[in-house]
Design a protein around this ligand. Structure first.
Ligand code: 5GP
Length: 237
């Protein structure tokens, strides 16, 4: 049976890398897809660990050769997922997690409608701005212009949340990690790939995953949308 393709998207600074790293230590059989990018390494990033870093010329050659499942221009740099990542993970019986932006996620959903997509929201613009500033400070200097650009981009990305199957709000990291792990376990149960997933916690895991479905998360998402100035849908019944 083919593995499950999980997609996670979040505005830059929403805490996705921390969440994904914790998830990897909790969940077995889940491969993390290392993307290609034309941006330079940041901080302690290493080639082929966080990303395969490359030149625009090489990236464009890979596009021409049809090597990408999806690719997008994010903040002026190319980012893309190589098709071979998918083949390798699935041939080894593993599930694959893509950490990609909203443009890439929409390309993957169109090609692979069975994929499971998760959108991680920061709790508010203030929290996001603080995280972005702290990260910039740790990496050198804070450039307010870049912070502003990323906040504006975050708002745009949040507008696309309805395209995702599940929504997480990263106000308490441990909770977001638990919810993400529950989504992976629940999807494995539903796909029949690991009917024993969740073990003794099976019912709890299914309940948590269900509560994170986009259709069930309106009440939690509403204050976040309001804080970002994104139009809020009217609450059902
Ligand atoms: P960063 O430069 O902060 O690591 O990533 C910037 C954005 O690019 C993030 O939203 C991240 O999810 C996205 N990204 C990383 N890899 C890929 C990829 O392979 N494809 C697409 N479409 N976006 C990616």
């Amino acid at each position: 049976m083919a593995g499950i393709l999980f997609i996670i998207s979040a505005p830059s600074g929403a805490g996705k890398s921390t969440l994904v790293n914790q998830l990897r230590s909790l969940v077995s059989g889940l491969e993390f897809s290392v993307s290609w990018t034309t941006r330079g390494p940041r901080g302690s990033e290493q080639d082929s660990r966080e990303y395969h870093f490359t030149t625009r010329e090489h990236f464009e050659e890979m596009i021409r050769n049809g090597e990408f499942l999806e690719y997008a221009d994010v903040f002026g740099n190319y980012y893309g997922t190589a098709r071979c990542n998918l083949r390798e993970a699935f041939s080894q019986g593993r599930d694959l997690l893509l950490d990609i932006d909203v443009q890439g996620a929409s390309q993957v959903r169109a090609k692979m409608p069975d994929s499971v997509s998760i959108f991680l929201m920061p709790p508010s613009p203030d929290v996001l701005a603080t995280r972005l500033r702290n990260r910039s400070r740790a990496e050198g200097a804070v450039q307010e212009e870049i912070i502003e650009r990323r906040l504006a981009k975050a708002r745009q990305e949040i507008e696309n949340y309805r395209e995702y199957g599940y929504i997480l709000v990263n106000d308490v990291l441990d909770r977001a990690v638990e919810e993400m792990a529950a989504i992976v376990a629940a999807e494995r149960i539903w796909h029949g790939s690991d009917p024993g997933a969740g073990g003794a916690d099976r019912e709890r895991v299914l309940r948590i995953a269900e509560s994170c479905r986009q259709a069930n998360s309106e009440a939690r998402v509403r204050p976040v949308l309001q804080a970002f100035g994104v139009p809020v849908p009217s609450l059902k019944g």
